[in-house]
Design a binder for this molecule. Structure first.
Ligand code: AQP
Length: 345
């Protein structure tokens, strides 16, 4: 068995306001993993253009996501923070993976079906091929661990399938180039905790999302205390009091979602939260959730606002990160080209 250096990679799209779902599902995990692993965190701007983007807005969003990473506690000196478009090897490896992945695999991707909607003929080719680029993002660093929200699980499985097929298809060449039995690792998704899929505050059956037209559906990391309080107070609930045990959250998606958010923000389990609030009305629970959310998110929002105006600093973080990421990505691509049989000069 080939052994791989443990390395964490993950990305966030600069497609609008980062929200509580991105924070609890992904960014808190990014921060926690820094103590135990080498980490590479990417603002995936090439993914953003799979749907139309306004260039000025995109530029702003790239800086905002970077500011959010830093404000949440990611250390860009100890680890790597950069934007995807500045390391062209991502797109280069994605092309190789387009030739490894099978049409049937991509046809099964539920996110493409959801995002393309009914007008599938009009969706971009990039939106369809998105999972092959995501596999390249991870594997161009031969990363072994990928913290993501539940919605990315299927894409991660596809990345594993692509890695496996590449390793099988080119097994002889991989061995003769001196890479042993496998060139790419099987990247493992890290999807744990009570908030791996945070739902909309307006509809507990829909994922909290940047692209939801209603701002009341999500808590943005940039929201101030008043906005957070209003959104939590207006969050949809049902008429029953909170249950005392987790089983009682079944078929109550809005209650389940708010309890999951409370649990994740306070670093407890849902059972712990229900021990304190079970049997009570939503009004008291929501007041406690407002206090908790403001305490946890307020300082992050304030720091993001401060950082995002400092273009020189944000851009220097991205430039430094891109340079360091590129060194690693180039090394992988050189090996991939040898394995494929390309003549290199
Ligand atoms: N609601 C969510 N709950 C838990 N995790 C979530 N993530 C996104 N939404 C939730 C996780 O956040 C990371 C970055 O996601 P992304 O911005 O790259 O793309 P996305 O999953 O498509 O996020 P959105 O908000 O739904 O964006 P739009 O509306 O632009 O499509 C990922 O790890 C993701 O799992």
């Amino acid at each position: 068995m080939t052994s791989f250096r443990q390395l964490v990679f993950s990305g966030v799209q600069p497609t609008g306001n980062l929200h509580l779902g991105n924070y609890l599902g992904a960014i808190t995990k990014f921060v926690a993993l820094q103590d135990s692993h080498d980490c590479i965190y990417c603002v995936v701007d090439l993914h953003a253009i799979t749907v139309p983007q306004d260039p000025a807005q995109l530029r702003q969003s790239i800086r905002e996501v970077t500011a959010a990473f830093l404000a949440c506690g990611i250390d860009p000196k100890k680890h790597i923070v950069f934007n995807q478009s500045q390391v062209p090897e991502h797109a280069e490896l994605a092309w190789v993976f387009n030739c490894v992945a099978r049409l049937g695999w991509l046809n099964r991707m539920t996110q493409f079906k959801e995002k393309a909607g009914k007008d599938r003929e009009n969706a971009s080719v990039g939106l369809y091929a998105y999972p092959a680029l995501m596999a390249a993002d991870i594997l161009v660093y031969r990363a072994t661990h990928v913290p993501v929200g539940e919605d990315q699980k299927q894409h991660l499985e596809l990345a594993r399938d692509i890695a496996q097929k590449f390793n099988n298809d080119f097994a002889a060449s991989i061995a003769s180039e001196g890479f042993g039995e496998a060139f790419f690792p099987q990247p493992e998704p890290l999807i744990q905790g009570p908030a791996t899929r945070v739902m909309s505050l307006r509809d507990g059956t829909k994922k909290m999302s940047k692209s939801d037209p209603s701002d009341y559906s999500r808590i943005n990391l940039s929201d101030d205390a008043d906005a957070i309080a209003q959104k939590v107070r207006k969050a949809k609930t049902d008429a029953e009091p909170l249950p005392s045990e987790e089983a009682g959250l079944k078929d109550r998606p809005e209650a389940d979602n708010l309890v999951g958010i409370f649990a994740a923000l306070s670093d407890q389990s849902k059972a712990d939260v229900l021990r304190d609030f079970g049997g009570g009305q939503f009004s008291a629970f929501k007041s406690a959730l407002v206090d908790l959310s403001v305490t946890k998110l307020g300082p992050i929002g304030a720091e993001m606002k401060r950082l995002v105006h400092d273009h020189a600093y944000i851009d220097s973080v991205l430039a430094d990160g891109s340079e360091r990421a590129r060194l690693q990505a180039c090394e992988t691509m050189k090996a991939v080209k040898s394995i494929l049989g390309f003549v290199q000069h």
